[in-house]
Design a binder for this molecule. Structure first.
Ligand code: NDP
Ligand code: GDR
Length: 319
């Protein structure tokens, strides 16, 4: 039986990945930081099947202990301060958790179990300002937020440990991926939750930022399969994971409100508080390398994804 250690297991991706690995017969260890209120919502269905480890990505001692106890074949480093907008008011914490702490995790693996395979959750936010489209593995990085800058550090330190210590370390450059488990502050879930609440008569307006931003949105359940596939290859490498389609925030509003028979223009108010100091205008990924080398392809398209999220938010808000 293979053993996997997942950081960020209580988040969106961590919960889907844990389910996937359990289905495949893995023994799953989850690193969880102490929180003042419990946040097991995403992992409620599998909570009893996870071996829980207490730790924080910024605390190297806890990571060394986690690797020692779990003795993993595979380590998935998904933990991060992952909300781009929060990285301006909290630039240092974001740098420490999303950037520097990747070295903590790599060091824990190098010291305790250097043969373990390592996955780093890199991001399309590293591309930032448009240099070329579609963006692929060779596209230069030009991050536009403290989050993006921190992810570039995490990305290159992962590549560096692969080249310096011959570790099996991969970096998945994942474009936006969403699900009913997405945090409520991210734009897709913010919109689908608002649509449900407006439809049910619980809210009357939705305050939004830049509606012209373009994103390549996929389904998280599809994307965690790519993480696993990256660690099953003969050689470690980096891969872009994306749908190859881009949609504006405005289109997201049209599809989500339209699905329940509403016109978004009657409810959306533009609020400068949600406009970012610097924006990533256009993300559109080319995942043909993952297609040919990993045999990966997405299953859920944009419309199906948004409808799935609206349906679940309708159900949640009814109860
Ligand atoms: P979430 O925000 O849903 O989950 C982040 C997880 O990290 C949570 O479990 C959180 O714990 C944990 N975490 C945060 N800080 C620490 C810390 N200091 N020590 C230990 N754990 C910590 O993110 P996603 O699941 O959406 O994303 C997973 C990873 O993939 C992240 O690294 C993200 O940056 C990256 N990524 C995500 C993309 C996306 O579109 N979803 C695209 C590309 C990359 P807690 O519950 O306590 O907050
Ligand atoms: P992003 O996701 O920054 O791309 O990072 P988010 O959903 O927060 O924003 C997407 C786009 O929507 C615009 N936008 C708004 N965003 C939010 N959150 N709230 C609003 O009211 C709003 N109005 C317009 C934003 O300006 C932006 O252009 C996500 C995260 O999961 C990262 O961790 C990950 O690395 C990247 O995706 C790829």
């Amino acid at each position: 039986m293979k053993r996997a250690l997942i950081t960020g297991i209580t988040g969106q991706d961590g919960s889907y990945l844990a389910e996937l690995l359990l289905e495949k017969g893995y023994e799953v260890y989850g690193l969880r930081r102490r929180t003042s209120t419990p946040n097991f919502e995403n992992v409620a269905a599998i909570q009893d099947r996870i071996h829980w480890l207490s730790g924080d990505l910024t605390d190297l001692a806890s990571l060394i202990e986690a690797v020692r106890v779990s003795d993993p074949d595979e380590v998935y480093n998904l933990a991060a301060q992952s909300f781009v907008a929060a990285s301006w008011p909290q630039p240092i914490a974001t740098g420490q958790i999303t950037g520097m702490a990747v070295t903590n995790m790599l060091e824990a693996v190098r010291i305790v179990k250097p043969t373990a395979r390592f996955y780093q959750a890199s991001s399309s936010e590293m591309f930032g300002k448009v240099v070329e489209t579609p963006q692929k593995e060779t596209t230069p990085f030009y991050p536009r937020s403290p989050y993006g800058v921190a992810k570039v550090y995490g990305h290159w330190i992962t590549v560096n440990y692969r080249e310096s210590f011959n570790m099996y370390a991969c970096s998945g450059i994942l474009f936006n991926h969403e699900s009913p488990r997405r945090g409520l502050e991210f734009v897709t879930r913010k919109v689908t939750n608002a649509v449900a609440r407006i439809k049910l008569g619980l809210d009357r307006e939705l305050r939004m930022g830049n509606l012209d931003a373009l994103r390549d949105w996929g389904y998280a359940g599809d994307y965690v399969k790519a993480m696993w596939l990256m660690l099953q290859q003969d050689e470690p490498d980096d891969y872009v994971i994306a749908t190859g389609e881009t949609h504006s925030v405005r289109e997201l509003l049209e599809v989500a409100f339209g699905y329940v028979g509403l016109d978004y223009r009657q409810y959306v108010v533009i609020d400068p508080a949600f406009v970012r100091p610097a924006e990533v205008d256009l993300l559109l990924g080319d995942s043909s390398k993952a297609g040919s080398k990993l045999g990966w392809k997405r299953e859920v398209d944009f419309k199906q994804l948004i409808e799935m999220m609206v349906n679940q938010d309708l159900e949640r808000n009814r109860t």
